[in-house]
Structures are given as structure tokens and as C-alpha cells.
Design a protein around this ligand. Structure first.
Ligand SMILES: NC(=O)c1ccc[n+]([C@@H]2O[C@H](COP(=O)([O-])OP(=O)(O)OC[C@H]3O[C@@H](n4cnc5c(N)ncnc54)[C@H](O)[C@@H]3O)[C@@H](O)[C@H]2O)c1
Length: 262
């Protein structure tokens, strides 16, 4: 049990990678605060954890709002105990198929708010509890979009910003025994990906062979494959890892320029 006795907060955990992470962290002994926009959306994940004998609470909150973030942390401390694991997983990819000059200002601002400001706000509110507890581990869900032009300009910029924020936080918080790393997934099957595929299919733009340009394995990752990488970063198995972007992309970034047979 790699997270035995720990209290973990996971944002955006109603489905996809966040849900897989919440279930896996609970299996490894953590008590989990399952955060998503609406409490009702977070409830099924909580139920999955309780059905397996684990401990979890659902919290409805928007990670871009300081009052909501303060409430996430206050409820976690009151109902589960001080958090020493934070998995900033909530993220959005808005207007996902528009080029840089066509994205709306609203979509750009919201993307930066959710994907970059949200994790910072969470860190700001959680870190005092980690310091008081003698340490902790923070995992920020970035993306390979931080390194390659995989998605929209706003999305990739937000994730590159998150990788940079992670490095600074790692250096500044090491003295408190707090590690900070970013998980950089490639294409992973999740509600976000399903929405994007449906949009492409509706516009007649989906090319089944495109998956071979996104993975050396010719398939997308399963959410649990990302959750296992997040667990590695969250637990003491990665005790000497901090400030690192862990790329879990089935070889997508290595494929650049490689002609595919399909
Ligand atoms: N799916 C992929 O291929 C992929 C690839 C690289 C990175 N990522 C990143 O991994 C993370 C998880 O992705 P996913 O595919 O599971 O996404 P998803 O859309 O399936 O899940 C994200 C969750 O975040 C929640 N959320 C959105 N805004 C929020 C806010 N302001 N406050 C609280 N919760 C909020 C959503 O309601 C949703 O449940 C995201 O940060 C995403 O950018 C995904």
C-alpha cells in the first residue's frame, strides 16, 4: 500500500484520468477528496471507492475560484485530515480545433484559468498543510502539448506554463520535503478525448490512421495507465524525483518525423 495513511486531493476526478487516479490512490490506502465542478458529478467516483472498502468524499468546486479552493481544503482537513498528496488533474481544452487566430478571448482566458491558475491556487492553499505535516507530493497534470503543437495554442501554452510552474515550485518547496512534478500524457481515452473524436467525426474530419501518428503502439492510453504514472509521482517510490515532466505518451513525441507504415 504505497499511500497508506495519506490524505489526497484529486481535482477533476468525476471521470477519465482523475477518476482512475482517485480509485487507484484509494486502493493504495489514501483517503481521497474527489473534486469536480458539481458534487453530484464527483459522487460516482466516491461510490466506486467506497464499494472497494476505501474512504472518499465528494466536493463540488471550481478550482479557478479562490473561495471554492479554500473550501476544498477546509473540508478535506475537517473530514479526512491534512492533505499531503495533491493531484491537480482538472483541465479543459476549449474550442479544441480552432487555429490560434480564431480562438475566442473567452476560451483562451478560461483555458489558462483552469489549466494554470487552478493548479497554482490549489498549491497555494494546500502547501501550508503539507509544511505543517512535514512534507508532501504534488502532481500536476500537464500534457505533451507543453512540448509539441498537439492541440490549441491556449491549451499548449497553459500546459507549458504548468510545467514551468512545477519546476519553480519544486525548487522552492524542496526545503519543506515537498516534491512537485508534472505528468505529461499523450493521447488517452477519456470523456475529453471522446468529445474531441465526436466533434471530428461530426465534421467528417476523423482519420482512423491518425492514431498511428499519436502512438508508437497504435492505440491510446487507458486512464489507468496514466493513473499508475501519477501514483509513482505521488508516492515515495519517486523520492528523488522533483521538478520533472514525466512523459507518458506511448512514444508520440519520439515519432516526430518518423514515417509510419499505416
Ligand atoms: N485525454 C487526453 O488525451 C489528455 C492528454 C494530455 C493531458 N490531458 C490532461 O489530463 C487531465 C485529465 O484529462 P481527461 O482527459 O481525463 O479530461 P476530462 O475532461 O475527461 O476530465 C477533466 C475533469 O475536470 C473537470 N473540470 C474542468 N474544469 C474544472 C474546474 N474549473 N474545476 C474543477 N473541475 C474541473 C471536468 O468536469 C472533468 O470531470 C487534464 O488536465 C487534461 O488536460 C489529457
Amino acid at each position: 500500500m504505497r499511500l497508506q495513511g495519506k490524505v489526497a486531493i484529486i481535482t477533476g476526478a468525476a471521470g477519465g484520468m482523475g477518476q482512475a487516479g482517485a480509485v487507484l490512490f484509494a486502493r493504495e490506502g489514501a483517503k481521497v477528496a474527489v473534486v469536480d465542478l458539481q458534487e453530484a458529478e464527483a459522487q460516482p467516483t466516491v461510490q466506486m471507492i467506497r464499494d472497494e472498502g476505501g474512504t472518499a468524499i465528494a466536493i463540488g468546486a471550481d478550482v479557478t475560484r479562490p473561495d471554492d479552493v479554500a473550501r476544498i481544503v477546509a473540508r478535506t482537513v475537517a473530514e479526512l485530515g491534512p492533505p499531503t498528496v495533491l493531484y491537480n488533474n482538472a483541465g479543459v481544452d476549449l474550442e479544441s480545433k480552432l487555429p490560434v487566430h480564431e480562438i475566442s478571448e473567452e476560451a483562451f482566458d478560461r483555458t489558462i484559468e483552469v489549466n494554470l491558475k487552478g493548479p497554482w491556487l490549489m498549491i497555494k492553499h494546500v502547501v501550508p498543510h503539507m509544511i505543517a505535516a512535514g512534507g508532501g507530493s504534488i502532481v500536476n497534470a500537464a500534457s505533451i502539448g507543453a512540448f509539441i503543437a498537439a492541440l490549441t495554442a491556449g491549451y499548449c501554452a497553459s500546459k507549458a506554463g504548468l510545467v514551468a510552474l512545477t519546476r519553480v515550485a519544486a525548487v522552492e518547496l524542496a526545503r519543506y520535503n515537498i516534491r512537485v512534478n508534472s505528468l505529461c500524457p499523450g493521447a488517452t481515452m477519456s470523456p475529453m478525448t471522446e468529445r474531441e473524436l465526436e466533434e471530428l467525426q461530426a465534421r467528417g474530419l476523423f482519420d482512423p490512421k491518425s492514431i498511428y501518428r499519436m502512438s508508437a503502439f497504435g492505440r491510446m492510453a487507458k486512464p489507468m495507465e496514466q493513473a499508475k504514472a501519477a501514483l509513482f509521482l505521488a508516492c515515495d517510490d519517486s523520492s528523488y524525483v522533483t521538478g520533472a515532466p514525466l512523459i507518458v505518451d506511448g512514444g508520440w513525441t519520439s515519432l516526430s518525423g518518423v514515417p509510419t507504415s499505416s
